[in-house]
Design a protein around this ligand. Sequence first.
Ligand code: VGL
Ligand code: ZN
Length: 209
Amino acid sequence: MPDQALLIVDLQNDFCPGGALAVPEGDQVVAPANRLADAFGCVLQTQDWHPPGHHSFASEHPGKEPMETAQMDYGEQTLWPDHCVQGSEGARFHPDLDTRPTEAIFRKGFRPEIDSYSAFYENDHTTPTGLAGYLRERGTERLFLCGLAADFCVKWSVLDACAEGFETVVVEDATRGIDADGSLEAAWQEMAEAGATFARSEEALEAAG
Ligand code: VGL
Ligand code: ZN
């Protein structure tokens, strides 16, 4: 069996119903994520972790509303409601998520001027988080991903995981999308084109052994 790991992306209060940037049914991901975390030998998490006044917040751009875009040094950036502010309740993991099996938590989005969707690179696509090196040093060949949001942080993590040469599997019933302007449908297609495969959690649990 290839050496494998599970990455749970941004399963935080602000991305769940009632949160600042709620993903529809985001909380439904918690139960399958817990089952997966219990089964995998190596479990990692990401945590969206923005300083107050982060540049991706629409509130920092006078005249702009959340979900509009702005031009940044590194290209076009979607503007979001203030969310996942460092140390806030919204930045905490969902209270029902069992984080005990988690070995390492990679925080991202903590540089004030640059957003970070992917678990591997910031949105400039060049500043690494160290996750690729961590996985390589551990000998990981296959990476399973779940969490939020399917069309943003999960998608960009999946595309980078494929580009970094990991066999990449999206656990399709353990993720949900924001779906801004058809972004969810596009995300499934982009992930498939990048070479990712898709599995139901039962299949992922079987693969975890
Ligand atoms: C995310 C938008 C802004 C995500 C994070 O976790 O998908 N989306 N920050
Ligand atoms: Zn964010």
